[in-house]
Design a protein around this ligand. Sequence first.
Ligand code: DX5
Ligand code: ZN
Length: 219
Amino acid sequence: MKHIQIAPSILSADFSAMGQAVETLQQAGADLIHCDVMDGSFVPNITFGHHMVRDIRKHTSLPLDVHLMIERPERHVENFIKAGADIVTVHHEACGASLKDVLRLIRSLGAKCGAVINPDTPLSAVYGVLEEVDMLLVMSVFPGYGGQKFIPHVLEKTREARAIFDRCNPDADVEIDGGVNLQNCGGIVAAGVNILVAGNTVFCSDDMEGTIAALKRGK
Ligand code: DX5
Ligand code: ZN
């Protein structure tokens, strides 16, 4: 059983004080920093580019888990990795048939690679890459905004993904993203997930350290 890790999403942080935000997250026990990159085209919202990754890199030793919600991510992966990204995840819905090539590009540039699927995308869409990813990110909301409601049926995909990984790629992580909270985290962990992204639940808490610890315990 892989140990449970918490990856707070800085989408919910104060963008005018992002360096302080990641320092606070590290002190509060976060395991990774989840960086939601949005281009206003693949998803309706716009957030930040690789310069944000470059600047927060100076403020934390935690792995930077960069979630690219952008069209044609292959154009940008090198910039994010040079800026300090440790993990780069790209959407099946953005890459299509080139997903395997983009994942291999990320690995060739020295970062860990992950495939992402939206709530309405079947796991079968990424069967062809599960043997060679470091992570599968299963969206439990439709990407674009924090604070949305968790979509429970996606847990069928996390269970199946964990079972496939255990057979063919046991070191790979299953990450979930969107609507994670103290009420659903136990069921999420029981469904094969070992990395939980949480934005609002962490940043709206008046006890960040306690909330991260409770998410890690699964309650
Ligand atoms: C949504 C982002 C998620 C989201 C998580 O597109 O990918 O990372 O910010 O935030 P919460 O936990 O607030 O749903
Ligand atoms: Zn995300």
